[in-house]
Design a protein around this ligand. Structure first.
Ligand code: ARG
Length: 463
């Protein structure tokens, strides 16, 4: 007997309609409709398998696929009527299918549950998104390498504690960001590899008594294999957490980069300018041009960390197997995907707009006693123990600060007051160019090494 109190596909055992509040509170369709295309992909593979296993007839399978494909197009064209009463994307599509093709549509859900269905949908969705995020990383990497190629000989102060430390080349500094992003890309590939197993077939939690062929479904959907335990398959959200964790690291890197851009663009530093098209102004101060894009990326980093914490917390108290808590995974995951993609997109546009003020960089490097270590190393090469050399140079720096001169501006007799072993050739190590050129080993800041690094990174970009 049909139940006329409720239109829910699960309504059979219910005698009263769902409370309006409960309907509103339990629905996920307002956001999980984003999974529609993947839901349909999964359903098509499922019915293909059912027909092959002779659980349904081939003709039934064909009609279901035809109906689902039309629904896919309707959704894509924006002419699909989503109903909150039908709870989620899965029941909306299934109900529309029955409306479209009649009772045969009711066979779609044979041997399947929304629990394994949704787990499959999210994996398919995230697999595609990971590809997109990786492409976005590549675009940032390309922009970094292009900018770095223009600045292999541009000298700036390198910092520790945000104090001028030793001279580095600007390209070397940019390539540090490239190394981070390469690791990020690698982490995503790793996440994608572990994610790419099929949960479908786990059904509600225990598997199904139909003669299903999970390997065939996995093959149709491009999975590398099947998830091996049905309880784990429906309840596992590790892959979402792994992605959001990788996304958090990407955001952390972009946030640190943002911090540097903001500092470099400040009047106090003046190392760079950002193109007008990539900055915004102030509604009150007519002179202002603000680095809002890096600031927003820095700010959005908190959202993604929040998404990660939310996902970890959603999972921590759940007994096996599926619990409705899992529905709460989506908004955080979607937000992390959107935010990291947008932030990478911002950086791919922002980096080419960086205008370098190489005089300001050079001036900051030469006035910050950045070659003091080179002078100490010079003394060591000429026979002093490093600790004694460190002490002598410390005194030279103190003298130079008092005199308000750079190290290279001190005369030879003045330098010799502090150590008799200093000779005329000392000036070659006090110059910034000599300092950076001498760090000529793998990982060093010498222009020659940096050019090699650019070539290597270009190669890795295409791997
Ligand atoms: N919308 C749910 C989710 O996103 C899937 C439905 C599972 N519902 C259930 N009663 N087992 O997780």
């Amino acid at each position: 007997m049909s139940n006329n109190k409720t239109e829910k596909p699960w309504g059979g055992r219910f005698t009263a309609p769902t409370d309006e509040f409960v309907e509103h509170f339990t629905q996920s369709v307002s956001y999980d409709k984003r999974l529609a295309h993947y839901d349909i992909m999964g359903s098509i593979a499922h019915v293909r398998m059912l027909a092959r296993a002779k659980v349904i007839e081939q003709g039934e399978c064909d009609r279901i696929i035809e109906g689902l494909s039309e629904i896919d197009k309707d959704i894509e064209a924006g002419c699909f009527n989503w109903s909150t009463g039908l709870e989620d994307v899965h029941m909306n599509i299934e109900t529309a299918l029955v409306e479209k093709i009649g009772d045969v549509g009711k066979k779609l859900h044979t041997g399947r549950s929304r629990n394994d269905q949704v787990a499959t949908d999210i994996r398919l969705y995230l697999r595609d998104e990971i590809d997109q995020v990786s492409t976005a990383i590549n675009n940032v990497l390309k922009a970094l390498l292009t900018k770095a190629s223009e600045h292999t000989d541009t000298i700036m102060p390198g910092f520790t504690h945000l104090q001028s430390a030793q001279p580095v080349t600007f390209a070397h500094h940019l390539l540090a960001w490239a190394e981070m992003l390469l690791r990020d890309r690698d982490r995503l590939a790793d996440c994608s590899r572990r994610l790419n197993l099929l949960p479908l077939g786990a059904a509600a939690l225990a598997g199904t008594s139909y003669p299903i062929d999970r390997e065939y479904v996995a093959e149709l959907l491009g999975f590398d294999g099947v998830a091996h335990n049905s309880l784990d398959a429906v309840s596992d959200r590790d892959f979402a957490i792994e992605f959001t964790s990788a996304a958090s690291l990407i955001m952390m890197h972009l946030s640190r980069f943002s911090e540097e851009l903001v500092i470099w663009m400040s009047q106090a530093s003046g190392f760079i300018d950002l193109g007008d098209a990539w900055c915004t102004g102030s509604s009150i101060m007519p002179q202002k041009k603000n680095p809002d894009i890096p600031e927003l990326v820095r700010g959005k980093t908190g959202r993604v960390y929040g998404d990660l914490m939310a996902l970890l917390t959603i999972m921590k108290g759940q007994p096996l197997a599926y619990n409705r808590d899992n529905q709460e995974d989506k908004e955080n995951l979607f937000d992390a995907v959107d935010t990291v993609k947008m932030s990478l997109l911002a950086y791919a546009g922002l980096i080419p707009s960086i205008v370098v003020n190489s005089e300001a960089m050079y001036h900051a490097a030469s006035s910050g006693y950045a070659t003091a270590t080179d002078l100490a190393d010079y003394l060591v090469v000429n026979g002093l123990a490093f600790r004694d050399a460190h002490e002598a140079v410390g005194q030279i720096v103190q003298f130079a600060i008092k005199e308000n001169r750079t190290l290279a501006e001190l005369t030879l007799p003045e330098l010799q007051e502090f150590s008799a072993i200093i000779k005329e050739d000392v000036y070659s190590v006090l110059e910034l160019e000599g300092s950076v050129a001498s760090r000529n080993h793998i990982g060093g800041t010498a222009p020659q090494q940096v050019r090699k690094s650019i070539d290597r990174l270009k190669q890795q970009l295409n791997d």
